[in-house]
Design a protein around this ligand. Structure first.
Ligand SMILES: [Zn+2]
Length: 349
């Protein structure tokens, strides 16, 4: 049995985004309530941990961190005019915990005898740039942990697989010119969804050229098409890169009941993603760290998480839905071929 570490805490409910915001404290509340009755012998729960400001500043501009601190402590609002994003009185503190808890899970999988871990944290991170809060994100939790692993533990090849429905423009920006981090993102076609970036031609620059892999997916894609995109591009490139650590920017807003996107996965696909990752990389990498990003269909969120992270211990999905959603495989194949044409320049696919 593969023990799976799971970090969560009450603190993550204290980032208050206000009435009717999809990225709400309820996401943590419902996950913690779920864990009260959900028992699995592989799952080990741990609490949150706070990061120092210095650690956040290995990725973010000190002036930006100061701005968030002061703005938050003064009561907050929309940072730098980004109307999607909310900073509340406790946001700065909670965001430090989101970073620290991600790092705690990283430590557990690298040095604590675990292979896989999940950080159920908020605010999420993948839209956060070096000096900009946007898309519900304040500090880029995964990017900070990836850079921390490189700078403090000496790793040279870290891969980030971003399965959130949105393109992680912040993560892309942070690692655009390095080959030490491979960023692979599957997301809804940027012509049809926020943030409007993540075209295949955005491949990285300088030493980073070829190490940013964007795979846009047509609206309406479901389980079959998504599996194809994973199988034909995302997973083979990660295999060729031979990462030492694998992060998953684990957004679940690809679920068909999600209110924000038009990617229509059912629960079983999260299990298939988890299973594929574990089978391909479980023995090859030193650790797999999945970190919560989006996912706003509250009733499905905890089940999707468990399907993803417990796939290593189960022969079938823990949860599945008896629905088959129509998808246009022609659109899917065209999108995959288009992305492949770009990425084949850099990778033997
Ligand atoms: Zn998202």
């Amino acid at each position: 049995m593969e023990k799976v570490i799971f970090a969560v805490g009450e603190i993550f409910k204290q980032h208050d985004t206000g009435f009717s915001h999809p990225e709400s404290p309820k996401r943590i509340e419902i996950t913690m309530n779920f864990l009260k009755t959900f028992k699995h012998k592989a799952l080990e729960l741990i609490g949150p941990e706070k990061a120092s400001r210095e650690i956040v500043e290995i990725v973010h501009d000190p002036g930006y961190v100061e701005y968030i601190k002061v703005f938050s402590e003064a009561g907050g609002g929309h940072p730098l005019g980004d109307l999607d994003t909310v900073v509340s009185k406790r946001t700065y503190e909670v965001a430090l915990y989101a970073v620290g808890t991600t790092l705690k899970v990283l430590r557990k999988v690298l040095f604590g005898g675990y292979k896989i871990g999940f950080a159920a944290i908020r605010p999420p991170g993948h839209h956060a740039h070096k000096g900009l809060a946007k898309g519900f994100c304040i500090f880029n939790n995964v990017a900070i942990a990836a850079k921390y692993a490189i700078e403090n533990y000496g790793y040279k090849r870290v891969a980030i697989l971003d399965i959130d429905a949105h393109h992680g423009d912040g993560t892309q920006e942070i690692f655009y010119t390095t080959d030490k981090v491979l960023y692979v993102s599957l997301h809804q076609d940027p012509k049809t969804l926020y943030p409007g970036t993540g075209f295949p031609e955005e491949v990285g620059e300088k030493e980073g050229e070829g190490y940013t892999i964007n795979i846009p997916l047509p609206p309406g894609i479901s389980d079959k098409g998504y599996a194809l995109a994973l199988r034909d591009i995302a997973l083979p490139i990660i295999e060729l890169y031979k990462p030492e650590i694998l992060f998953i920017s684990a957004g679940f807003d690809t679920h068909h009941k999600d209110p924000l996107t038009d990617i229509n996965l059912t629960l079983k696909t999260y299990w298939h993603i988890g299973k594929a990752i574990y089978s391909l990389f479980g023995r090859k990498v030193e650790g797999i760290v999945a970190v919560l990003e989006g996912g706003y269909a509250l009733n499905y969120l905890p089940k999707a998480i468990m399907n993803l992270i417990l796939a290593c211990n189960t022969d079938n999905p823990l949860y599945y839905e008896k629905v088959v959603l129509k998808e246009n495989m022609n659109y899917v194949r065209k999108s995959i071929e288009k992305a492949l044409r770009v990425h084949k320049k850099y990778w033997k696919l």
